[in-house]
Design a protein around this ligand. Structure first.
Ligand SMILES: N[C@@H](CCC(=O)N[C@@H](CS)C(=O)NCC(=O)O)C(=O)O
Length: 211
């Protein structure tokens, strides 16, 4: 498989973790999201993903899949071990809710495109953009902190899709210097997950395109 990725992309980080957990070998194709206004805007990448975002996964059959959660569910369905969603429907809904809280409600507000829009089209100073970023991470993390019960992972004793989303979002928060002292449970989940090789190998600093 081939993964269009960028070392700092938290959505690509989720897919890297899932590929590693499943033991799937893949080739990284780096798409620099910052240089020259973003190499993701180039026609050659637009031809891969019309949304011009990473990740995009080219499967062994040559299909191009986009959207990290759709890709991860595809990987979970085609490579069932270890499962990233529990079997019980209630537990599945709870794990998906933790993942969606991050992927649908925190991450889109703090992504490169909206931040650039705040700066360039809305004329906001960097201080306002930083305040926006911190605000949406902190309100999201307050809910997440109340919902998780590290045992030691975000949902029980097995790694799940929830951990796959938590770890990259915490990495983003750390990079943007969001204080995490109010979130001991989230940090506990991060630490338990990063102790696993599949998570550690997926870290931004361990990627071939790391800067
Ligand atoms: N919902 C998408 C989000 C993908 C996404 O926004 N990726 C970011 C990097 S984390 C990106 O490519 N941003 C480029 C841009 O916004 O121009 C997913 O989960 O895959």
């Amino acid at each position: 498989m081939k993964l269009y990725s960028y070392f700092r992309s938290s959505a690509a980080y989720r897919v890297r973790i899932a590929l590693n957990l499943k033991g799937i070998a893949y080739e990284t194709v780096s798409v620099h999201l910052v240089k020259d206004g973003g190499h993701n805007k180039r026609p050659e990448f637009r031809a891969v993903n019309p949304q011009m975002r990473v990740p995009a996964l080219v499967t062994a059959a040559g299909d191009v899949l986009i959207q990290s959660l759709a890709i991860i569910e595809y990987l979970d369905e085609t490579h069932p071990e270890p499962p990233l969603l529990p079997r019980d429907p209630t537990a599945r809904a709870k794990v998906r809710a933790l993942a969606d809280l991050i992927a649908c409600d925190i991450h889109p507000l703090n992504n490169t495109s909206p931040l650039r829009y705040l700066k360039n089209e809305m004329g906001q100073p960097q201080s306002a953009i930083d305040a926006w970023y911190h605000h949406w991470i902190i309100t999201g993390f307050e809910a997440l902190e109340a919902l998780i019960e590290p045992e030691p992972y975000a949902y029980g004793t097995r790694v799940s899709l929830a951990d796959v989303c938590v770890v990259p979002q915490v990495a983003n928060a750390r990079r943007l210097k969001v204080p995490l002292d109010k979130f001991p449970k989230i940090v506990g989940v991060e630490q338990a997950a990063l102790a696993l090789a599949a998570f550690d190998r997926a870290r931004p600093e361990n990627q071939p395109d790391a800067e």
